[in-house]
Design a protein around this ligand. Structure first.
Ligand SMILES: [Zn+2]
Length: 199
């Protein structure tokens, strides 16, 4: 245990995802020894990102405006919707240049252990988007792990009765990982080879 504000810094860093107590300590000491200008820049960007960046009111992608760049783009196909867990998945899929439709960001995956059920995700908002019949295909691009599979299965059951085409990414993605860890070629192939989702 350290004194006052140093311990506060270690505690705050330790709350970040993937940062254990040892890493938190290492980052804290790095910051203590770093150039004040560098630390200031980090602090400024943290404040700025929270002030500036919002979520798109349509797809919940990260956006600096009311609607994100993709939702505002008239060249994007409004009839195909790709459902992903997180904003970083949008980035990963955009990198493949394989998809020209729009997105819906759920904000996570169903995970009973973490207390995350369908109500904690933006599934109600998804159903509202599908209501007017513009969207004819929904691609479920959840992560290839247990939570992602559970989420896709749940969504398939919800969406199939609406008469939509519901598809999943082709297999071949590294199982157990995040979508973002797949390389562009693999992810692009999984997209092109998407198949109808089973109930
Ligand atoms: Zn959007």
């Amino acid at each position: 245990m350290y004194e006052g504000v140093v311990q506060d810094l270690i505690d705050e860093l330790g709350r970040l995802p993937g940062v254990g107590p040892k890493s938190a300590q290492r980052i804290a000491f790095h910051l203590l020894q770093a150039d004040p200008t560098d630390v200031r820049r980090l602090a400024d960007v943290l404040v700025e990102v929270k002030a500036k960046v919002k979520f798109c009111s349509i797809c919940f992608n990260v956006s600096e405006d009311e609607q994100c760049r993709i939702c505002r783009d008239p060249r994007r196909d409004p009839s195909v919707l790709c459902v992903v867990e997180e904003y970083k998945d949008v980035v990963a899929i955009e990198r493949t240049r394989e998809f020209r439709g729009r997105y819906h960001v759920l904000g996570g995956a169903i995970s009973p252990i973490d207390g995350i059920g369908p109500d904690q995700l933006r599934i109600r908002e998804l159903m509202q988007r599908l209501a007017d019949g513009t969207i004819v295909e929904t691609i479920l691009a959840t992560d290839p792990n247990l939570e992602g599979e559970a989420t896709a299965t749940y969504l398939t059951r919800m969406l199939k009765p609406l008469g939509l085409r519901v598809t999943r990414l082709a297999s071949g993605l590294p199982v157990g990982g995040d979508l973002e860890y797949a390389d562009e070629v693999t992810l692009g192939r999984a997209f092109a080879g998407r198949r109808s989702a089973d109930d």
